[in-house]
Design a protein around this ligand. Structure first.
Ligand code: TRP
Ligand code: CA
Ligand code: ZN
Length: 313
C-alpha cells in the first residue's frame, strides 16, 4: 500500500496521515518510503573487520591487489551477500600484470532506471592489512547491505553495492567499472556514495561536498548527533568516486582522515589529539583492528545506512 497525499508529500504529512489509520491498516501496509534507516550494529561491522584482519594474517599480512588476501576478502564478502539474497557478480580486470576483481551486488527490486549505489575499495596496500584503509568502508557497506536484506527493505529505487579492486594502484577497479558501463546504464545511476577510511583512530568527520543533496543527507544525520562536519576538500579525486564524478554522476561520501594532522580547532569539536595525524598508521603495517575508533565507525556506519535509505526511498 502506498500513502499518497495530493499536494503534500513531506514526511511529516505522511506521518500525520498514518497516525489517523487503524493499527491493522498500518501493520498491513508496505513499509513507508519515509521509514527511518535502522541502526547498523557496530559489533557486526567490527566482526567483518576481524575477518579482514585474519584474512591478512593468513595471507602474508596484507589484502593487496593481486594477492591471495585480496581474493579471500572478495570471497568472504561475496559469501555473505549471496547468503542474504543479493545478486552478485565479480568483474575481472588486469593491472600490473595481475588479475583484479570488483564485486558488485544488486538488491533485487526497485526502479531499475533509478539506481542508488554505494562503494568502497576492498584492497589494502602491500604494507599491511588495511583495516581502517579500507576495511572500514568495506565492512560498513557490507553490514548496511546485510541490514537491507534482514529488514527486507523495499526501496523505490534500485540498490547496488560495490567493492572495488586496485584502488591503491590508482582507482583502477572503479575506473574499469565506469569505463565498461554502457552509457544508458551510467545514466541510471542517480547517486554514487563512496566510503574510504571511516574509522580513523584520531577521527575527523569529513563529508564530500560534491553534490549538495547528498551532502545535506549526511549533514542532517550528523546534526542529529550534534556533530559538526567539515567538507572533505583534500579527498577530491583521491578515491573511487572520481571516475563516477567524471562521468557526470552525482557523488558523495564520508572520510575520517588519513595522514594530515588534526588541528587544535578540530580537536576542540571532535575530541582526539591535535597535532597528530587522523590516522598515524595510514598505509602502514599497524593499520590493524586496533587502528579503528569504535565511535567513529559506529556513527559513520549509521550515516551510511541513513543515506542509503534516504536516497533510495
Ligand atoms: N584514497 C586514499 C587511500 O585509499 C584515502 C583518502 C581518501 C585520502 N581521501 C583522502 C588520503 C584525502 C588523503 C587525503 O589511500
Ligand atoms: Ca550503530
Ligand atoms: Zn589507501
Amino acid at each position: 500500500m502506498k500513502l499518497s497525499v495530493p499536494g503534500r508529500t513531506t514526511a511529516a504529512a505522511v506521518i500525520a496521515v498514518a497516525g489517523l489509520l487503524t493499527t491493522s491498516a498500518i501493520s498491513s501496509a508496505a513499509p513507508s518510503p519515509t521509514a527511518a534507516a535502522p541502526d547498523i550494529s557496530v559489533a557486526n561491522v567490527q566482526a567483518h573487520l576481524s575477518e579482514f584482519q585474519s584474512i591478512a594474517a593468513s595471507n602474508g599480512g596484507n589484502r593487496a591487489h593481486g594477492s591471495p588476501g585480496y581474493k579471500a576478502s572478495v570471497d568472504y564478502v561475496k559469501g555473505k551477500l549471496d547468503e542474504a539474497g543479493f545478486t552478485t557478480s565479480v568483474q575481472e580486470f588486469t593491472s600490473n600484470g595481475k588479475t583484479g576483481y570488483n564485486l558488485i551486488a544488486d538488491w533485487p527490486g526497485g526502479d531499475a532506471d533509478q539506481v542508488v549505489m554505494a562503494g568502497s575499495h576492498l584492497d589494502s596496500v602491500d604494507s599491511g592489512p588495511g583495516i581502517n584503509d579500507n576495511g572500514s568502508g568495506s565492512a560498513a557497506i557490507l553490514e548496511t547491505a546485510l541490514t537491507v536484506a534482514r529488514e527486507q527493505y523495499k526501496p523505490a529505487k534500485h540498490l547496488r553495492f560495490a567493492w572495488w579492486g586496485a584502488e591503491e594502484l590508482g582507482l583502477v577497479g572503479s575506473s574499469h567499472y565506469v569505463d565498461e558501463l554502457p552509457a544508458d546504464e551510467r545514466s541510471k545511476i542517480k547517486d554514487y556514495l563512496n566510503f574510504d577510511m571511516i574509522g580513523s583512530p584520531n577521527p575527523g568527520y569529513f563529508v564530500y561536498d560534491d553534490d549538495p543533496t547528498i551532502e545535506k543527507t549526511f549533514k542532517d544525520f550528523y546534526g542529529g548527533l550534534d556533530l559538526t562536519t567539515e567538507p572533505d576538500e583534500e579527498g577530491d579525486g583521491r578515491s573511487d568516486h572520481a571516475p563516477f564524478k567524471n562521468a557526470g554522476i552525482p557523488v558523495g561520501g564520508l572520510f575520517s582522515g588519513a595522514d594530515y594532522e588534526k588541528t587544535a580547532e578540530q580537536a576542540q569539536k571532535w575530541g582526539g589529539t591535535a597535532g597528530e595525524p587522523f590516522d598515524k598508521c595510514y598505509h602502514s603495517a599497524c593499520d590493524t583492528e586496533s587502528n579503528v575508533d569504535g565511535t567513529a565507525l559506529d556513527n559513520n556506519s549509521d550515516a551510511v545506512a541513513h543515506a542509503v535509505w534516504g536516497l533510495s526511498a
